[in-house]
Design a protein around this ligand. Sequence first.
Ligand SMILES: [Zn+2]
Length: 475
Amino acid sequence: MSQTFRTIALFTLGLVLTAGLIQTTLVQKENHFVRQRWNVVVLSTDTTRADHLPFYGYHRNTAPELTKLAQQGIVFENAIAAHANTAPSHASVFTGLWPNNHGITLNGKSLKKNTHTLGSILQKEGYETAAFISGGTLKKHTRLHHGFGTYEDNIRFSRAAADTANIAMRWLRSMATSKKPFFMFMHSFDPHQPYLPELDHLDHFRKPEIIEYTSFHNKHTHGTNAFDLNQHPIPEHVGKELIDRYDADIHQSDQALGRVVQALRQMNLLDRTIIVLMSDHGESHTERNWKFDHGAQPYEEQLHVPLVLRFPGAQLRQRVEPLVHHVDVTPTVLDALGIQTPVPMDGRSLIPLLTHHPTKADWNRIVYSHCRTEPVRMTNLGQSFKQRGLAYVLRTQTHKYIEFPKTDGTWFPQMFDLVVDPEEKTDISQIRTPLRNGLEQQLHQWRDQFSNPSTPDKPMTPEILEQLKALGYVH
Ligand SMILES: [Zn+2]
C-alpha cells in the first residue's frame, strides 16, 4: 500500500468515524427524532376545554378516539390559546403570530395581506393542501383559505363534523395515489353552541329523562343578553343537562375526527403523517356566575386548550408540562419537516423541548392571549368596558395578569396566582408586589408593539354580521 493511498484511507476512515460520531451524538441528543417531509393533518375540535377530555383528567370518557391518539403522541399539559374566539386562534395556529401581527384580533376580521401561513409555506414546498371547515367564523372572509388549494366552507352557519369528515375523507382517498405530500386541516364545530348532539351521543352521558332543550337553550346559553347568573339563575337540573349535552357534543366531535384518523391508518398513512390535535378555545360553565359561553372571559376554562402532536411512528410519546401556545404549532411542524420558516414568527419550535429536558427558559416562558370585551358579557366585573375591545392577557407557568380596555381610555387590571388559586377567584392585582409590577411592565411592552395596528376595525359586511349573530356573538 503506497503512502499516499494509506493517508487517503486513514483520512477517509477518520471522516467516516467522525461522521458516525456526529451522527450518533445527534441521534442521542435528538432522541431519535427524524426530520422528513411528512404529511401534515391538523384536527381542530372547536370550543373544547382541556379539562373535559379524559386525557386531561376528566372523569367521563368524552373522547375515546382522541384518547387513543393522545396515548400515541405528545400531550401538552399547559397549552394556551391565542384568543377566546375561533378565527383569531386558528389564525395564530396557522401563522405562528400573535393576533395583532396576523390581523385577526376579533371574529369577523381578515388575515393581513401577504401573511405567510402553514398552508402557503407548504404549498410552495410542493404540498397538496386542503381545509374542511365546519363553522361560519372560519369562512373565506377571514382569508384563512390563503395557502389552501381546496378550502371547503360550503356552509351557512355550521355543519356537523360527521358531514365535514366525509368530505375530508373523500379528499384523503384522492391523495392515496399522489406522489406529493399533503397538508389537510379538518375543523369540527360540534362542541360549539347550540348544544344539539345526536341522541346516541347524548345517551352516553345523561339519565333517560329527556328535557326539551330548545325551550331553555335561548334562556340559558350564549344566544342571549342575559349572562349574569346572579340575575338569571340556571336551575340545577338545567345546568347538569347543559354539561351532559356539551360532553355529548365533544363525544360526537371525537367520533368524527376519529374516523379521519382511522382512514389514515387504513390507507397506511399514519406512519408518514404528523397529526396535530387542537382546540381554538374552551368554554365557561357557570364558573364565574356566568352562563355557558366563551369569547369575553379570559380565564383558564376558556384559554387552557388541548394540544396533542402525534409524530410518525408514535415518536417522542410524552406529557409536557412547560407552557406552550397556539403560535408554536406552525414553527414546530415546519421544524419537524426540516423546513425553515421564511419569516420570523412569534411562536417557537417545540422540537427542542421534546428532545431535551426542559430548560429554565422553558419553565420561565411568558405567553400572551386575548379575549374581546363586550359590556353585556362582563357585567359581573362592574366596569364600563369598550364594545368589541381587545383585552390583553399575560400568562406564566404560575400567574396570569390581564388588562381590559375601559371606555374612558384606561385599563382595568386583574391578576391571579394559578398555583394557590387555580380557579381564579381572588384578584390580587391591587397588591403591588415586585412580581405584579414586573408582569404589568412586561404586558405593556408587548402591547406597545401594536400601538399602531395596521388593520383598523372596518365595518363588517352583512354576511359576516349575520354569521356572528347566528352564533350569538353580536346582538
Ligand atoms: Zn371556536
